[in-house]
Ligand binder design. Sequence first.
Ligand code: AFP
Length: 352
Amino acid sequence: MTYAEETFIVIRVSEAQNMGATEFVMDFEQTFMSFLLRHQERYNRTYNFIVLMDALMSAAKHIQYYYLTGALKGHLGFTDNVNVQGEDVMQMDEIAHEITIHYLRTTERVIHAVSEEAAEIIPLNEEGGRYFVYFDPLDGSSNVSHGLPVGFLFGAAKRNLDGPEDFHLRAGKDYIAAGMFVIPTGTFTIALKDAGAWRFHIDETMNYVKPIRMMLSEKKSDWELSFNSANRYTFAHNIREWIDKNEQRYTFRYLGALAGDFHRTLTKGGMFMYPAIVNHPNPNKNRPDGKLRLMYEASVVAFMAEEAGGHAIDEHGTSILDIVPKGHHQRTALYVGSKPLTDEIMEVLAKK
Ligand code: AFP
């Protein structure tokens, strides 16, 4: 039994039956916070990480609220700004960024944060902080004006507690946790170092509840492939060949927001990929280093995949979690999901 199952609570209330009233059942599922407390207790950890997660939860709930009401209140459009990636900034990007920074600051436990929406690192508590947080507060902007699913992705690493901190950029293998909220669907998945990947659903009181351990399915008939099919002619020759030869074996799904697409991969098994763009008819549009951001996109899903028995590699076949970033907004190609599939791709890439 895991600590998740041990604390699972079900209450049934039926005393009104004798009075002819309808029996009703109340199921109280274990909340994320109760799950996390048990986790920290079991591993003899401090409560600092709970404070951090409470802040991320509060941020996610506020982002969820603003997103749900965005169409009515008119904040699903664009601002006049362009971000560090050269992309037009949406109002929701700014709202989500500000909310997250506010909550991270109040914890007093975050040394500095890296956000997709800020060119530079954001110092929060450089003296007394304990964690580094890397996040994309609203990933999948092409879905925003439609109110369709987007993601709030984050990874967290801890400062060196045994000696002086050198503030180096952390590889994914040094994260202590990584997770994603799929907004506004009310699902939250988090992987805790060496303790598995867990999914929660939001309940009527806006609590994330009912931990479900995620393991990538070994049933190949369930597997799905997810990639931007319109880009296939721009991929490396071998990758395109692999797709042509193998895609009929799998169901194909693509939403265009990593959190939503990876959510499916984690549930069904298979692979999400965003290969390097190397054969674009307009060479200026090639992306030999890939499109996705290493620290707050690729490493986050790679960390979750590995805790669920899967794997993630870049275009060189290097494990995503082993890549030490040279910059906060570094990009990478990404193949993530069931290990037999990423192993197959690794062989294809080796022949390039
Ligand atoms: P945007 O936030 O710019 O839409 O990017 C989202 C994203 O980084 C990731 O969430 C998707 O998986 C991927 O890009 C989609 O990219 P394409 O639009 O090129 O398919």
